[in-house]
Structure formats: structure tokens, C-alpha cells
Design a protein around this ligand. Structure first.
Ligand code: HSE
Length: 310
């Protein structure tokens, strides 16, 4: 195989209480990457569609940086290079794991072209190097769900311990992306470095509750647990009408609603498509009423993760 076309889905990280440790993958939105083997050694980005601001320099793009991390861990280097043509469909700074989608597509596709020396789970560490470049912190809560699909818990970063959670298959996410940009690095810097014990207790109670609720399909418990006292109270201030959006989602029947990753996108999780659609209508009306352009996306949890397109 000399070339491959892959798709890596967008993702919702944190999922309210799971700051940097939980995420799930979305359907129907993600980056596409064509990768070709080349006679010349080295990594070369030939084109980036839909994102003029991204660098093609191999030291400055998550595609090549994460690929290099993969190559560095091979005992024998390939006798060819790779070129990449990236089509961005997840907007940078959206809070939907844009950099993660690109990194994941790169390491997944290159791994396929090398006849799979690594498992999907092993690829997470390489894709995290893209996150280190993009935000300064190699977090895995976008890259792991984008690679593996489903609902993911990062139980530990050192050593990396990625848990694929059970979840009910009728959960549907409604995601709204107001057209403002929030850089993850900035949104990370604004958080307090110390938290109070009472907040930690609330947070880990909710994480346990969410994992348990997902496993036994206890929707009430899922809803009670989708609660964040660490990042949301601070980051919510950056998103116009966040509080109103959350109230609208909950009063429409969503189980929970919070910031997607570092924002500005907001996600709601609902049981079934009907409620998810009704939440989408409320979100759209709200952002229209404040004159802020926004895009809404409705998606069940993507169980597949990254995949080969042709
Ligand atoms: N867990 C990361 C953060 C996700 O909230 O900063 C960034 O998308």
C-alpha cells in the first residue's frame, strides 16, 4: 500500500467533570488526511484545505510532529518518506479536538502504511505529542476517543492507562459551536493550579458517578454526575450566553450540558435523538437572538474512532 485516506473524528473532551481525563468521539465531523509514501525521506505537508492559519512547516504542524514521534520509536526506520494532504473539517480553536483529529489521522494512517507496528491504543502517546505542540500540555482526552472511538477515561497519564468505558448506545450529543475562537493553551492557563479539597471531593464523586451511570445505563445518575466545579465556572465566562444555553438544554430534557473541551463549543448529552434535536433548536434560537453566528451538530457517540476511507 503506497497511499491511504483516513478520517479522524472530532471529540468532546472533559465531559463536564472529567477535566483532562474523559472524552467521547463524535460522528460525521472530523479531519480527513491523505498520506502518500515518497521516495525522498522526511515528512512533507503538501496542502492544507480549510485552514489558512496552520503552518506546513514540519516542526510546527501536529500532523508531522505526531508522525515524527511515531517514527522515533521504531527500531528500524522506513526507507521512504511521507507526504500529507490535510482537509480540516474541525475548526482550530473550536473546543472539538481539532488538533487531535489531525494528529490522530496522521499516526493512524502512517501506522497503516507501515503495516501496523502499533495498536490503536499505543498510537495515543504519539498523537499526544501533537497536543503538546498545540496547547503546551500532552493531554489525551481528545486524541484517545478520536483514535479508539466511544467514551474514554484516561485513568492515569504516567503510566498511560486508557480505559474504554461501556455506555448506553442511545446517548446523543448536541454540540453548538459559536463562531469565536478560544485557544486551549489560553483556556488552560486561566485555570487555578490549586483546588480546594471540597471541590476535589465533588469532582471525583461525579466522575465515579458518571462512569457508573454510563456502565449501567442509569440516565438519572449520568445527569446528576455531568457537573463540573473546576473548569466550567471559570471558562464559562468566556462563552457568551453559556449559562442560558445550559439552562435551555436542561429544561428541554438533556441529561447534562457543559463546555466541550476548552470551548467555545458547548455540548449537551441527551437520551435519544428527539431530545437532542429539540436542544439543537433551542441552542440555535438562543445564539441567533444574541447575533452570534454558530453551527450545531447532532451526533450519537462514534464507536469506531479513526478509520480508513479508501
Ligand atoms: N482537557 C483539555 C482542556 C481539552 O480542557 O484544556 C482541550 O480540548
Amino acid at each position: 500500500m503506497n497511499s491511504i485516506n483516513v478520517f479522524a473524528p472530532a471529540s468532546v473532551a472533559n465531559v463536564a467533570c472529567g477535566f483532562d481525563v474523559m472524552g467521547f468521539a463524535l460522528q460525521g465531523i472530523g479531519d480527513e488526511l491523505v498520506i502518500r509514501k515518497t521516495e525522498n525521506l522526511g515528512l512533507n505537508i503538501t496542502a492544507i484545505h480549510n485552514a489558512d492559519s496552520l503552518s506546513k512547516n514540519s516542526d510546527e504542524n501536529v500532523v508531522t510532529v505526531s508522525t515524527q514521534a511515531l517514527l522515533d520509536s521504531l527500531e528500524i526506520q522506513p526507507e521512504f518518506g511521507f507526504e500529507f494532504e490535510l482537509t480540516k473539517r474541525v475548526k482550530p480553536g473550536s473546543g472539538l479536538g481539532s488538533s487531535a483529529s489531525s494528529s490522530v489521522a496522521a499516526v493512524f494512517g502512517v501506522n497503516e502504511l507501515l503495516s501496523k507496528p502499533f495498536s490503536k491504543k499505543e498510537l495515543v502517546a504519539f498523537a499526544m505529542e501533537g497536543e503538546r505542540l498545540a496547547s503546551g500540555i500532552p493531554h489525551a482526552d481528545n486524541v484517545a476517543p478520536s483514535l479508539l472511538g466511544g467514551f474514554i477515561l484516561i485513568r492515569s497519564y504516567n503510566p498511560l492507562d486508557i480505559i474504554e468505558l461501556d455506555y448506553p448506545d442511545d446517548l446523543v450529543a448536541t454540540v453548538i459551536h459559536p463562531q469565536i475562537e478560544i485557544k486551549t493553551a489560553d483556556a488552560k492557563r486561566m485555570l487555578r493550579k490549586q483546588i480546594e479539597l471540597k471541590d476535589a471531593i465533588t469532582q471525583w464523586g461525579n466522575i465515579g458517578g458518571l462512569v457508573s451511570g454510563l456502565a449501567i445505563a442509569d440516565y438519572e445518575l449520568i445527569g446528576r454526575s455531568l457537573h463540573d466545579v473546576i473548569a466550567e465556572p471559570i471558562r464559562g465566562m468566556l462563552i457568551p450566553s453559556f449559562k442560558e444555553a445550559k439552562e435551555a438544554a436542561l429544561s428541554t430534557g438533556a441529561l447534562g450540558c457543559s463546555i466541550s473541551g476548552s470551548g467555545p463549543s458547548i455540548f449537551a448529552l441527551s437520551r435519544g435523538m428527539d431530545i437532542a434535536k429539540a436542544v439543537a433548536t433551542k441552542f440555535e434560537a438562543l445564539f441567533k437572538s444574541i447575533g452570534l453566528e454558530s453551527y450545531v451538530h447532532i451526533s450519537p457517540i462514534n464507536a469506531k474512532g479513526c478509520e480508513v476511507l479508501k
